[in-house]
Design a protein around this ligand. Structure first.
Ligand code: PLP
Length: 412
């Protein structure tokens, strides 16, 4: 009989969100009258702004007319979108990225999950802890790990993000070929300063390692001193690939559009130690396995860079940031130590008890749903993630209900 890829057998069941959903469903059944306030979700809730919907419609209209109809698009995205990205996201910030180095796709989840495919099977991989699970699971599937023991996969290097290091992991102490970094971070909400990113770029250059930089939440950065792109750091083009997404920037979680930047200088070694362009390999990979992103979606994504699109998407991000500020302010006021929430939609809260115990308490006593930090890795134990993607009303109501519990404690 045909055999499976046995690496899949090592994967842990998607315990976190499945368990959250199960517990919420059980609570709903037991308390049908209680309104549940969800501050656990990482999905946006505000509608696409009208300038983007208008562009989306124009794209659809063109598809419905023989004269303007388009079939398969370019493998790496339409030039109008790649040019808009290069000009607005990079050149405008003093980072040199050319349109030809941008690969448009239908999601940063796929790109962050797929990129490891073009690296050697024995590449030594480092991931932050806590972590966005896609980086870990895609490497498990590819066979770069051993079994799962005590909350970690053997063979992966885990970089602890803790209160002690301000949730910015220290440089690896063991040899590593590739490291995943994510700033603003999911789940901690931490952001890396220019100096911290420069230290990572310097490390990667010295060790000839590769940084896979996930900047899916860059639109939430408001502090002028925080870089939005790793390419704002000199020397990063040789050692870093960057992932971006329109999901959180412009409400595209259900529309699907993202992109990955692979600079031409970025190289890795072949079996004989000769340098090979990662740009060329990723081009080959994408043109083999992806047939591009829908034309109307790309027209809508390009509209994010129009003056009206910029204004409207920024206003929505500002709305979420105000929710995040309120969550942080109110929880801090109750005595909880909080990280994130100022340049990020996530607030990472020190719970003063086990993550799941805190989750159960908030659900049972207040009807409020958060995400237990332990679900993101061993270092997340004792924390919970609060998301700012809800409505203002439910955010405020959730804070009032938690305040009423009088959990007051010094957990800082
Ligand atoms: N990267 C991080 C860190 C995320 O949190 C998410 C979504 O929650 C993604 C990537 C996925 O983005 P996309 O919707 O473009 O697949």
């Amino acid at each position: 009989m045909i055999r499976i890829n046995t690496n899949y057998a090592k994967l842990q069941a998607s315990y976190l969100f499945a368990t959250v959903a199960k517990k919420v469903a059980a609570f709903r059944e037991a308390h049908p009258e209680q309104e549940i306030l969800r501050l656990g979700i990482g999905d946006v809730t505000r509608a696409l702004p009208d300038s983007i919907v208008a562009a989306f419609r124009r794209g659809v209209e063109e598809m419905g007319n023989d004269r303007t109809f388009r079939g398969y698009g370019p493998d790496y995205g339409y030039e109008f979108l790649r040019e808009a990205i290069a000009a607005n996201d990079y050149l405008a910030r003093g980072a040199k990225v050319e349109a030809s180095e941008i690969f448009v796709s239908d999601g940063a989840k796929c790109d962050t999950g797929n990129f490891q495919e073009i690296l050697s099977a024995d590449a030594r991989v480092a991931v932050p802890d806590p972590v966005y699970p896609v980086y870990v699971d895609s490497n498990v599937m590819a066979g770069r790990t051993g079994s799962f023991r005590d909350g970690r996969y053997e063979g992966l290097v885990y970089l602890d993000s803790t209160e002690a290091n301000g949730f910015i992991p220290a440089l690896p102490e063991t040899p590593v070929d590739v490291v995943y970094l994510c700033f603003p971070n999911n789940p901690t909400g931490a952001v890396a300063t220019r100096e911290q990113l420069a230290a990572w770029v310097d490390w990667a250059r010295r060790h000839r390692a590769l940084i896979l930089f996930d900047a899916a939440y860059e639109a939430f950065i408001r502090d002028e001193r925080i870089p939005h792109s790793i390419y704002e750091i000199p020397g990063a083009r040789e050692v870093a690939v960057e992932f971006r997404s329109f999901s959180k920037t412009a409400g595209f979680t259900g529309t699907r559009c993202a992109f990955t930047v692979v600079p031409r200088e970025c190289v890795a070694a072949d079996a004989a130690g000769r340098p090979v362009s990662l740009h060329d390999l990723w081009s080959r990979r994408q043109s083999t396995k992806l047939n591009g992103v829908s034309y109307p979606v790309q027209v809508a994504a390009a509209a994010v860079y129009s003056p009206e699109g910029k204004r409207q998407t920024r206003a929505i991000v500002d709305f979420y940031l105000e929710n995040a500020r309120l969550i942080r302010e109110r929880l801090s006021g109750m005595g909880f130590a909080c990280t994130g929430g100022d340049n990020s939609p996530y607030v990472w809260v020190k719970t003063g008890m086990e993550s799941w115990k805190f989750f159960d308490l908030l659900l049972e006593e207040a009807g409020v749903v958060c995400t237990p930090g332990s679900g993101f890795g061993r270092c997340g134990e004792g924390y919970a993630r609060f998301s700012a993607f809800g409505s203002r009303e439910s955010t405020l109501k959730a804070m009032e209900r938690i305040e009423a519990l009088e959990l007051a404690r010094e957990v800082g």
